[in-house]
Design a protein around this ligand. Structure first.
Ligand SMILES: Cc1cc2nc3c(=O)[nH]c(=O)nc-3n(C[C@H](O)[C@H](O)[C@H](O)COP(=O)(O)OP(=O)(O)OC[C@H]3O[C@@H](n4cnc5c(N)ncnc54)[C@H](O)[C@@H]3O)c2cc1C
Length: 373
């Protein structure tokens, strides 16, 4: 049987942003096509730390309970405290009121992708999108197949082809702005038995990279060790990562490291053009202080879904509505984080150390509340 080529909505990218939008739109009665260039389950470089606000929005959107996520192993590890180091000096250990949950992205993304599929979304994985025709709402794929819809959602991550083609149409100067504001992150997965320390809570390391930080995030059988920082404030990321491994006494362990980008304060003025919406990393929506992006992937998917539904039910200016909601419900908060980031990392080392010491010891409740909620 030939594949159908007309849909209400086509979503490019089946990460947390794309699967959420697909699931929600299908639930609202739309005929949805979800395309991803990779075959699922597929790995995704990520620390996998999900905050309380991420859990809240997940439980709001999807029809599962927290106990389902735990019993099916989607939540792989739960941490009740965290530690902060400045270089090799422990500054503080803080207990958390709301625990941090840690996931392995290969499982988390596959779970959400399959929920969308099982709910009735037409899913095609292993198919790369290479172009968008914004006038006819047509999506072109590498295999020569074309699909058309009333709306398109670009959920294709930090190197989004949908965003690139959209910006080419609107304002080519924004491309430089996007590259300048990206962070590069490097990560590796170390089996627990390779490290002599018993690590049962997330650890953050300041003072090891400019405009960024290092981390050890525990998983049930392994530790995700990584660091990330603004690209235009750092030079040789591999050297910085090797120095970090030395600090952790892991220099002799043969490590397979990988790097990927995080949007880091380079927001778009308008993540929408005609009937094409951008969500998640494709819309550059990650926190410029912590690098948290999973929550913003779900949140922007929810906003795009609601704007599409409103546009279909009552005639609204969906472009203005989407810009307004993304700005009010996401970017205002992220701009606040960017202000603190520039304040913290823009200060000289000695003052930075003092600021981290004072704020993590005396304001940790307020800070963790800000991150969690
Ligand atoms: C090293 C690292 C650590 C991180 N740690 C955390 C963390 O601990 N907590 C947190 O909240 N955030 C973290 N982030 C950020 C988080 O990973 C992202 O913000 C999140 O994955 C964004 O989700 P998304 O659905 O928008 O994009 P993605 O998860 O990147 O999904 C995009 C999808 O689009 C598909 N795609 C791409 N191009 C095409 C194409 N041309 N055609 C079809 N499909 C395409 C890809 O295959 C992919 O499946 C981290 C990021 C990095 C790099």
């Amino acid at each position: 049987m030939r594949n159908k080529i007309y849909y209400d909505v086509i979503i490019v990218g089946g990460g947390p942003a794309g699967s959420t939008a697909a699931y929600q739109l299908n639930k609202l009665g739309y005929d949805v096509l979800l395309l991803d260039k990779k075959e699922f389950p597929r790995p995704k470089l990520c620390g996998g730390l999900i905050t309380q606000k991420t859990l809240n929005i997940l439980l709001d959107i999807f029809d599962f309970k927290l106990s389902d996520l735990k019993s099916q192993g989607i939540i792989d590890y739960v941490a009740e405290s965290y530690q902060i180091y400045y270089k090799d000096k422990l500054i503080t250990t803080n207990n958390l009121e709301n625990e941090f949950n840690l996931v392995k992205r290969i499982q988390y993304d596959n779970y959400l992708f399959n929920l969308a599929k099982q709910s009735g979304v037409k899913v095609i994985d292993g198919i790369k999108v290479i172009g968008i025709n914004f006038a006819s709402n047509t999506v072109k794929t590498e295999k020569g197949k074309e699909y058309t819809s009333r709306f398109i959602i670009g959920a294709d991550g930090v190197n989004s082809i949908v965003r690139k083609q959209m910006i080419d149409k609107i304002n080519t100067k924004q491309i430089q702005h996007i590259k300048k504001g990206e962070a590069l992150a490097i990560e590796t997965l170390v089996p627990r038995n390779k490290i002599s320390r018993n690590i049962d809570s997330p650890i953050i390391y300041f003072g090891i990279i400019n405009y960024g930080y290092g981390w050890i995030f525990p998983k049930s059988d392994s530790l995700t060790i990584g660091l990330g920082g603004l690209q235009n404030k750092n030079e040789n990321f591999i050297d910085i990562f090797n120095d970090f491994l030395k600090l952790l006494n892991l220099q002799d362990y043969k490590i397979n490291k990988k790097g990927w980008y995080i949007p880091f304060g380079n927001f778009l003025k308008a993540p929408i053009y005609k009937n094409t919406f951008l969500i998640g990393d494709a819309a550059n929506l990650a926190d410029p202080l912590t690098g948290e992006g999973i929550y913003y992937a779900h949140k922007s998917a929810q906003i795009a879904t609601e704007v599409i539904d409103k546009k279909e039910k009552v005639s609204i200016n969906h472009v203005e509505e989407y810009k307004k909601r993304i700005n009010n419900e996401i970017i205002l908060n992220l701009n606040r984080a960017k202000f603190y980031r520039n304040l913290l990392w823009g200060t000289p080392d000695i003052l930075q150390r003092l600021l981290i010491r004072v704020s993590s010891k005396y304001f940790h409740k307020k800070i963790t509340m800000m991150i969690q909620e």
